[in-house]
Design a protein around this ligand. Structure first.
Ligand code: ATP
Length: 361
């Protein structure tokens, strides 16, 4: 076990980012005051659209250096629709971080909390608990700043799939399925692609099938993305681990969030070999920023993922126990109180949801 405290960098960001981050910090403070075996050095820093307005840089060298020396990052949300670089592109440092630190596995757990609102009425939805792994360094995002429009007539973007990035993300998905299998999940990985139309996607599927051979205890299946969109609504409980290209993962993980009560319920981790960034799956939600309507659950569950990561990085079982305590508090808040967040048409805002979670913690 490592004999030092983990160092985490906290980037609240823009829009509802600081609102939900304040909630995660309240939860973390309460946890630290209750569990003496958990100690963390927290470094709060500025990055994002507001930072760009104030300092001329959205992601400073200093922030990048501190992240390089950190054991994990907690991020709120970044970017504002009306704050752009001179060339008109949006400020999205969270995507730059994925490239800089090779955060290749976008982990998006889709779990329906007991008592949470879902648009599905089939009783089987109660067992909804799968994870989407979104390849996060290439695919349609590989050349995202290089797209062009010629003569106002033809637009072009490029999708790139490499063997190296595909192998590492498939192996990540297979290892996750192995670990889940030990906990009683089916041990299945579904590769979602469009191999029937695109060469790049056929290559993606070919590499998936090559890597599957090294994980004989894992069930594998392949689906086209259009069929997967249908299945994700009709029978999402059949999935265990999904692995897919960057853009497909971007879209399908929002669909997954819809199944479990909205963006405010969906945590995520962007994981590389050394560095990991944990953040809610949602963006800065400018339409509700400053109104007290943001659901902090996704942010708090991202803190849970960070605590689990720190435990796996060798900082001790106490971090795992801490993660469980927070997770149980979140589950109880929904199960016992029937929380009804704004996002699904209710009136429970940021503070009400936070208070419930703190009470059960
Ligand atoms: P990005 O492109 O950065 O992912 P986006 O513009 O696609 O962002 P979000 O900012 O995620 O979208 O917002 C999508 C919708 O979900 C908005 O209507 C927003 O209000 C809602 N939303 C997002 N996060 C939350 C939250 N935590 N609580 C309540 N509603 C949310």
């Amino acid at each position: 076990m490592l004999q030092r405290k983990p160092r985490i960098v906290v980037l609240a960001g823009d829009g509802i980012g600081p609102e939900v981050m304040n909630c995660a910090m309240s939860v973390l403070r309460k946890l630290l005051s209750r569990v003496s075996d958990i100690e963390i050095d927290i470094l709060q820093m500025d990055a994002g659209a507001n930072s760009y307005l104030q300092t001329g840089t959205a992601l400073s060298e200093k922030v990048i250096e501190c992240i390089s020396n950190s054991d994990g990052v907690l991020l709120g949300a970044m970017g504002l629709p009306n704050v752009r670089y001179p060339d008109g592109t949006e400020i999205i440092p969270q995507i730059e971080l994925r490239k800089i630190f090779s955060l290749y596995a976008g982990v998006r757990p889709i779990r329906l909390l007991p008592g949470a609102i879902t648009p599905l009425s089939d009783v089987r939805v109660k067992s909804l608990d799968f994870t989407i792994i979104r390849e996060s360094t290439e695919g349609l995002f590989a050349h995202m700043n290089e797209g062009k429009v010629e003569n106002n007539q033809v637009a072009e973007d490029k999708l790139e799939i490499t063997r190296e990035a595909s192998e590492r993300v498939f192996d990540f998905a297979f290892r996750l399925a192995e670990n889940r299998k030990k906990l009683g999940y089916p041990g299945k990985v579904t590769c979602i692609d469009k191999a029937n139309v695109f060469k790049s996607m056929a290559f993606f599927r070919q590499i998936f099938e090559e890597r599957a051979v090294f994980f004989p205890n894992i069930i594998t299946e392949v689906q086209y993305v259009d069929a997967a969109a249908l299945n994700l609504v009709l029978r999402p409980w059949d999935y265990d681990v999904i692995v897919t290209e960057n853009m497909f993962g971007d879209i399908l993980s929002d669909l997954g969030a819809g199944l479990i009560g909205g963006m405010g319920m969906a945590p995520s981790g962007d994981i590389g070999d050394k560095i990991a960034v944990f953040q809610p799956s949602h963006g800065t939600a400018p339409d509700i920023a400053g109104m007290g309507k943001a659901n902090p659950t996704a942010m708090i569950l991202s803190l849970v993922l960070l605590l689990e990561w720190l435990s796996n990085q060798g900082f001790g079982e106490a971090f795992n126990e801490g993660a469980k305590l927070v997770d149980i508090a979140v589950c109880k808040a929904y199960q016992k109180k029937t929380l009804f967040p704004y996002e699904v048409g209710g009136n429970d805002g940021t503070q009400v949801i936070l208070n419930q979670i703190l009470e059960y913690l």
